[in-house]
Design a protein around this ligand. Sequence first.
Ligand SMILES: Cc1ncc(COP(=O)(O)O)c(C=O)c1O
Length: 464
Amino acid sequence: MLSRDQELAVCADLIGRFTGVLQSPRTTAVPTEFDSMWDELRGAVDGQGDATRAIDLLRRMPRNSADPGAPMYVGYVPDAALPLARAVDGFLSAVNAVAAGRIDGQAFVQAEYAAADKIGELAGFPADTRGGTFVQGGTLANFCAMAVARERWRRRNRYLGSPVVIGTRLAHSSLKVAARLLDLRFVPVSVTRSGAVDTGALAAAVRTYGPRIAAIIGNAGTTTAGSIDPLDAMGELANACGAWFHVDGAYGGAVIVSERHRGLLTGISLADSFVVDPHKWLFCPYDSSLLLYRNAGEVHKELKVFSQTHDTGAQYLDFGYRHTPVDTGPDQLPLEHGDLALQLSRRPRGVVLWALLAAFGTGGLGSFVDATIDAVSHLHEYALRRGVEVPLPPRLSVLLLGHEAWLYDRDWDEYWVRPAFEKGFFVSTDAWEGKPVGRLCLVNPFADAGDLEPLIDLVADWPS
Ligand SMILES: Cc1ncc(COP(=O)(O)O)c(C=O)c1O
């Protein structure tokens, strides 16, 4: 049994290592040890307790895992959290901050509202109605937005039969799962060559389904290629047919902080809900997704989609509402974070984004976003110079690489992914227009594009 003094000594040792970790985060994108730690990890929880062994195992875990923050990690959508963001996140754990309600976490909750309000302002949502909350990830945020859309539709149109949601086939899988779970039919419409919605096809679908449409979903940066839908045209169509307009910017919504690239999101102000993940391209550590509403009051006061107070038998929660500290927030307050999403007890993860906005300014974060876009356009030019097929010019910070001879996923695994791993790069593959492609997604502003050129060389130099 560990005494309190021994426990604190172990903590001091662990915390002492933080500076080193923050100064030089792991630099290898792929795990340096692939051996499974299962036997040791499982064995450790059977014993009488051994803090030294526990900490040793803990310290080995990073070596046995990939590092999505490393400059050479360009697979999936990575997360290059800034040192300050990692440290603030650690601080939040150290003080055991909670954001279930303002009665026990007023300052943290207000910092989260401040960050959400700033992003809402950049999106052009009205100051007196906008509001948002931070949930675990884009999947949950998309689910919550769809739940709100369905509830609004049900109240207005219950007699019309089953509702539909319309989006492109490139909408993120989480939205299709949300539709399935919420008993909404997902109607996919076609896309143009750039991966953006075909507005003619969308207009035709709107004519077909009319008042049965609960929501129209716009993509602000698809996962595969960063394609962005014409949000203004979609928003107008949604408003005209009374549908909820949801914009999934989990990845690409980050350009909202960039003065140079914000224009890509023209029309975002028409969205009823907008998702952007600080844990993707806003330099915060896992896990964090911001779910913003144009009219937060409608969600928690009229629709009460997520309300868990007396109407669900949780009278114990009424206490917080009755005794909540003086309201200093926007007009739609008082509200609690559980009013805007499916959650209750939770850490104030949004404080990390607040800290970055406060420390670097929107301009500072915007310049980091710009740097990654510049790096990807360098790689695009390099690929063209080397004669590598690029199926689609990059829109955000994703570059797709094609090869006419490689028709099978296993070719990409054998000729690209494996050699890349051997050189220390973490890459992933995807498909574009039915063909497998190599895919690079960059979110690390400190990655040197020149260091990533070997990934393109691998494609260019493969003997035919
Ligand atoms: C566009 C988009 N939406 C939603 C998600 C899901 O986000 P999460 O992995 O945080 O649940 C992703 C993940 O990459 C994404 O790219």
